[in-house]
Design a protein. Structure first.
Length: 550
């Protein structure tokens, strides 16, 4: 396709729409193929299903325990997706993931929309496509939790802010729709993940104002109606949850969740500063090829207003995330739009030799890391089918790095980016396919399958419920078997068997269970062996049918 035809394909609304399509293609394999994941995804999904079952859309709960960690936004979105598709009784994880996939598409679209205004249609499309095809966003697009939606909200707000800023710098009047999108993105970011979006947006505004030594453009944000609009998005639920929990939600969310992450490494996720930077070549892949060029453009072209707004989006919040003791790989995802736009901006000018060499080297390094992940999974948990997917992952990742690097080194940067993007999306899809075939990791689906084969699953109605289980107390099993699932010990499993209910007993509890259930004529119908990746330990779980079961 020649340059003129390509430019016609991405002109106007078509560029952002095609970028969103890239995000759809990249995220869809994860949404469709992965089983319910532990722990966060299944906790979100189960809490959403309980909302639909109980009709209480204010108080968030996992089984009988309050889940007062994040605001309600993602639960409402998931509930709407489930209600509009399968229904809660289906116990299918895919509908719960739809908001994340749509969020990834919106993030890519907003990034392309901003890039078209800042650097032209071609750079705009490429920025959105690189963001949508990145390993981190395409992975989060297939997981039912907050991060892809947060990325969408923050990217939308920052894209609108960039257009308002550029219009003000040029002496024009910002459009009302741009202001509306800014406040909408800000409000949704708060409703989805509390103050995290503010940690990106507010430092960007402050740094941009200080850098320019000019705050006059801030008066054009539409404060008079924007702040009330944000309050209208967040306020009703905030008031309702305060009343419903007597303030308990805020004590837990701030004192029990946010504060420990700031004070220290929560839940064994502590790491020194620099971790996010070290992981960025892997998580940004296949855009890794242009990462050095993006950083070079940020430095050498920092006097340009369009570059300046992206630097202010990226740097302050990145420092905050690096300085925070608790580190998870997805924390910096709301900043990846700035990196993608800087990468696209770098393509509007010739890329220097050093940036090309470093980009090629980082891309090869990221491909080696992806291949290492695929080989590790195959060697430790794989089957013959997984071997095929692992091979495809290695081949596509290697092609993304090798072909992209060759083209970049020979000064075909735009083609290098597009080719690397195509192979990178295929590598991600193949890796998802491999993970699906790592059956020892899918403990909860195997247990559910064994229950159904023995006609012991509560949904089948052949025996009383709920199922009692020892050892494996992961949310994925609760999601697949229902809210009443009993997470218990050996004595509790024995009591369940005596009450005519199914019991699942971990190997470590077998002796205690045998003693507690002495004289009960229950029988073992299946033993499931696997690996609980949440705890990093192998498990062996035996399914017991109660007396009188079919």
């Amino acid at each position: 396709m020649d340059g003129l035809n390509f430019d016609r394909w991405i002109a106007g609304w078509r560029g952002p729409a095609l970028a969103a399509l890239v995000a759809l293609v990249a995220g869809l394999p994860g949404l469709l193929m992965l089983p319910p994941l532990d722990r966060d995804e299944s906790r979100y999904a189960q809490a959403t299903s309980q909302m639909l079952e109980s009709g209480d859309f204010v108080d968030i709960r996992f089984q009988d325990e309050p889940r007062w960690k994040k605001p309600v936004g993602i639960y409402w979105m998931q509930a709407a997706a489930v209600a509009a598709t399968t229904g809660v009784e289906a116990r299918a994880i895919q509908p719960y993931r739809l908001p994340s996939l749509i969020g990834a598409m919106i993030a890519a679209l907003a990034c392309a929309w901003a890039g078209a205004a800042l650097f032209g249609n071609r750079a705009g499309f490429l920025a959105g496509a690189l963001l949508g095809g990145s390993f981190l966003l395409s992975t989060e697009a297939g997981i039912a939790k907050t991060d892809a939606v947060l990325c969408a909200a923050v990217t939308l707000a920052m894209a609108a802010l960039a257009r308002i800023y550029m219009t003000s710098r040029a002496g024009g009047t910002p459009e009302r729709r741009h202001k509306f999108l800014f406040w909408l993105g800000l409000g949704l970011s708060i409703l989805v993940k509390g103050p995290i979006g503010l940690l990106v947006i507010i430092p960007a505004i402050v740094m941009l104002t200080l850098w320019d030594r000019d705050a006059r453009w801030l008066r054009r944000l539409g404060w008079g109606w924007g702040l009330p609009m944000t309050a209208l998005i967040v306020g009703p639920w905030a008031l309702a949850i305060t009343i419903a929990t007597d303030g308990g939600f805020w004590r837990e969310a701030i004192g029990g969740d946010l504060a420990p992450k700031i004070a220290g490494g929560q839940e064994s996720h502590g790491a020194p500063p620099g971790l996010h930077l070290l992981l960025s070549p892997l998580l940004l892949f296949p855009a890794t090829l242009l990462l050095p060029a993006a950083l070079s453009a940020a430095w050498h072209r920092r006097s340009e207003p369009a570059i300046r707004v992206l630097v202010c989006w990226l740097i302050p919040a990145w420092i905050v995330f690096e300085a925070t003791p608790t580190k998870l790989v997805h924390y910096t995802l709301p900043l990846y739009g700035a990196l993608a736009l800087l990468a696209a901006a770098a393509l509007t000018q010739p890329i220097g030799a050093l940036s090309r060499r470093l980009g090629a080297g980082l891309s090869v390094l990221a491909a080696v890391m992806i291949a290492g992940i695929a080989v590790y999974g195959l060697n430790n948990f794989g089957t013959s089918t997984a071997q095929t997917w692992a091979t495809m992952t290695v081949v596509f990742a290697a092609a993304a790095a090798a072909v992209g690097s060759f083209l970049l080194l020979n000064r075909h940067a735009m083609t290098a980016a597009l080719v690397s993007l195509g192979f990178g999306v295929l590598a991600h899809a193949a890796l998802v396919g491999e993970i699906r075939q790592l059956r020892p990791l899918a403990v909860a689906p195997q247990l559910t399958k064994a229950l159904k084969a023995a006609e012991l699953h509560p949904a089948q109605g052949r025996v009383p419920g709920p199922v009692a289980i020892t050892g494996f107390h992961e949310p994925s099993f609760v999601f697949l078997t229902g809210r009443e699932t009993q997470l218990t010990d050996a004595a509790g499993a024995a009591r369940a068997l005596g009450e005519g209910r199914p019991a699942i007993v971990a190997e470590a509890d077998a002796e205690a269970f045998t003693q507690a259930s002495a004289g009960l004529p229950g029988r073992a119908v299946a033993t499931i062996r696997g690996h609980n990746y949440s705890k990093g330990e192998d498990v062996a779980l035996t399914v017991y049918a109660p007396p009188g079961a079919p």
